[in-house]
Design a protein around this ligand. Structure first.
Ligand SMILES: [Zn+2]
Length: 148
């Protein structure tokens, strides 16, 4: 019984030293965390706007005539395709926003998918849905160019 207590005490003192360490680290990352919180707010807003726009567009769908010169059937068809494409693009962006929000909640936000380094905070502010640091993104884009 006594031994157990001793171990506990040792653990306790260890905890104190780690506590001090994390405290200094915390003040260092808090600026980044603050910006990430702002990014989170922006993302939630963007998500809301996207959903509202998509819903408004869907509600307008039946009456809207984008191509009045074409026959009714054809214009309705084009309209529908246009909407599907738009929804596809919005859907993709929504997915990216949701992924970013999930990464924020999991504390993984702003870490490069490829190299595991922190992504520059200014890059995150400009493009919150990014999952790669500028170096890795540049390499990827160059590889894509070569493949085309
Ligand atoms: Zn990277």
């Amino acid at each position: 019984m006594k031994k157990k207590k001793d171990i506990k005490n040792i653990k306790k003192s260890k905890n104190i030293s780690t506590k001090i360490k994390t405290k200094t680290e915390k003040t260092k990352i808090s600026h980044r965390e603050k910006i990430i919180l702002e990014i989170k707010k922006k993302l939630l807003n963007q998500k809301k706007n996207l959903l509202e726009e998509a819903m408004a567009a869907l509600n307008e769908l039946p009456e809207q005539t984008v191509f009045p010169d074409l026959g009714d059937q054809a214009s309705a068809e084009i309209n529908r395709n246009f909407m599907l494409r738009l929804r596809g693009r919005e859907h993709k962006l929504l997915k990216k926003i949701e992924d970013a929000l999930e990464r924020i909640n999991q504390g993984k936000f702003g870490i490069c998918d490829k190299c595991g380094q922190e992504i520059d905070i200014r890059r995150l502010e400009a493009r919150p849905v990014t999952t790669m640091c500028i170096e890795c993104k540049t390499i990827q884009e160059e590889e894509e160019k070569l493949r085309e």
